[in-house]
Design a protein around this ligand. Structure first.
Ligand SMILES: Nc1ncnc2c1ncn2[C@@H]1O[C@H](COP(=O)(O)OP(=O)(O)O)[C@@H](O)[C@H]1O
Ligand SMILES: CC(C)(COP(=O)(O)O)[C@@H](O)C(=O)NCCC(=O)O
Ligand SMILES: [K+]
Length: 255
């Protein structure tokens, strides 16, 4: 069995893959007082709860965009598994089928997304990742990562408005019924959700123009199903894209 781990700014996602399928995908908040022992106990508990069998994963790959917690997670995993997981880093990027942009700065989740996109479409692909940040990553048909854009994610925008104002509440991430709100909650929902629908359409349209119409668009991230008016703009919506990319990378490391 293969274990891939995606440490994002909101959630850590663990994917267990065997015989062509995800046996389990576990999510837990990133910001907890993690210790190596805490990780071991959590893994043992989830492993038993999900009834994943007697044999622990024999290969593991970790991606993290939160450097401060990586050491504790890695130490815990290495104690639990009995070996040190592989970690996404610039040296490893050199063995990939894609060409990574700014390898010393790029988030390794965006690299994993790009590997999945290139492997599955082999054309120009824009990956829209709705996480803590809202990112757009363009990987071209030859597998070169051409560029990225980064904006506040949907929940980040809602929380930021709430925390910077005296009278605005934190609102649920739901498309409002009308274009303009009739009370404070629906007004914020209109501003953020319709505003973000516009942002995504604008990015897609600009990149599509750059690529002379030759572009696939895929969406991922925990918040990728919220902006329902965008459904027809995406060739694929798949919350597992980052895990799938990590899996493809791990399988190639083993080969
Ligand atoms: N399966 C799911 N369905 C709906 N929302 C989800 C799901 N998983 C996570 N979320 C929400 O998505 C957000 C995290 O998205 P994610 O892409 O994991 O962010 P990050 O990578 O920045 O940690 C959280 O607010 C979480 O509540
Ligand atoms: C852009 C990100 C914050 C996205 O992280 P996420 O929303 O998945 O938590 C992350 O990929 C990151 O910290 N990147 C480093 C900067 C860059 O990619 O250029
Ligand atoms: K992510």
């Amino acid at each position: 069995m293969l274990l891939v781990v995606d440490i994002g700014n909101t959630d850590i996602v663990f994917g267990f893959y065997e015989n062509q399928t995800w046996k389990a995908v576990l999510r837990t908040p990133t910001h907890q007082p993690w210790s190596a022992n805490g990780v071991v106990n959590w893994m043992k508990k989830e492993w038993a709860f999900k009834d994943l069998g007697d044999t622990l994963p024999s290969l593991a790959l970790l991606s993290s965009v939160v450097p401060s917690i990586s050491p504790q997670i890695l130490k815990g995993l290495s104690i639990w598994l009995g070996f040190m997981p592989e970690v996404m880093n610039p040296a490893l990027y050199e063995s990939l089928a894609i060409q990574v942009i700014s390898p010393d700065e790029i988030g390794s989740d965006l690299v994993a997304n790009s590997v999945y996109a290139h492997e599955n479409y082999a054309t120009n692909v824009l990956i829209v990742d709705f996480g803590t940040a809202l990112t757009f990553t363009l990987v071209n048909k030859s597998g070169k990562m051409e560029g990225v854009s980064i904006a506040p994610g949907l929940k980040t925008a809602v929380k930021s408005l709430f925390s910077q104002t005296a009278q605005l509440p934190e609102v649920p991430l739901e498309m409002p019924e009308f274009n303009l709100g009739t009370d404070t909650v629906s007004a914020i929902q209109a501003g953020i959700l319709w505003g973000y629908v516009g942002m995504v359409k604008e990015m897609i349209s600009r990149v599509k123009e750059d690529k002379k119409g030759d572009l696939k668009v895929v969406a991922t991230g925990g918040l990728s199903s919220i902006l329902t008016p965008l459904a027809s703009y995406f060739d694929e919506v798949n919350k597992l894209i980052t895990l799938e990319g990590l899996r493809l990378i791990a399988e190639r490391l083993k080969a």
